[in-house]
Design a binder for this molecule. Structure first.
Ligand SMILES: [Fe+2]
Ligand SMILES: [Fe+2]
Length: 192
């Protein structure tokens, strides 16, 4: 089922599609979080990612309950938005050598994920209420509350622990051989 495809004709179709979208997204996030925790060198940030992994597993269980209450089979639909955020995180993290700058990048990426989830759960909560599924709306609201709290926690870690330290980091000094190789490349001289 894709956006604007003939499969989505009613608000209920759109609601189910969005539920499947966040179901897929939560599974991708659960896969990405252990790697983010492994890359984080700040103790509190690492612990924060590990805690949110446990929360994410609980959120998936709430989504399973939502599907059950709606008498639907739990099923995801590919969400290019979350795939894009995770791909970008891996790409940027792979380019950063300084540990503290990497911590700052991981927080920024995690907040992008949280904000995505906040928009989805905000929408799903409102639509579930409109469609007469108050019990399902409560499940989405519980997930929404956790995402907002996580975003706030990440903000605090960034402001009190990471950003200032990352700002003080100096560019890495290159050894003579690397400097010569860069100069030669800039001058168009093939490397030996
Ligand atoms: Fe989540
Ligand atoms: Fe989250």
């Amino acid at each position: 089922m894709g956006w604007f495809s003939p499969d989505i004709t009613t608000m209920n179709d759109l609601f189910v599609h969005t539920l499947q979208d966040i179901y897929y997204a939560e599974h991708q996030i659960a896969k990405a979080l252990p790697d983010m925790a492994a890359k984080a060198s700040d103790r509190e940030l690492k612990k924060g990612f590990q805690t949110h992994l446990k929360q994410t597993r609980g959120q998936i269980k709430r989504l399973d309950q939502a599907f059950k209450k709606l008498k639907l089979k739990p099923q995801g639909t590919k969400c290019p938005a979350i795939d894009g955020i995770i791909d970008e995180t891996n790409e940027i993290a792979g380019e950063i050598t300084d540990k503290m700058v990497l911590n700052a990048a991981l927080i920024a990426a995690a907040q992008a994920v949280e904000h995505y989830e906040i928009t989805r759960y905000g929408t799903l909560t409102a639509w579930a209420k409109l469609l007469g599924h108050a019990d399902v709306a409560r499940l989405f609201a519980a997930n929404l509350k956790e995402e907002k709290a996580t975003d706030k926690k990440l903000n605090t870690i960034a402001r009190t622990r990471i950003n200032k330290k990352a700002m003080l980091r100096k560019p890495r000094k290159l050894d003579k051989r690397t400097q010569d190789a860069i100069l030669a490349a800039q001058a168009g001289i093939p490397a030996i």
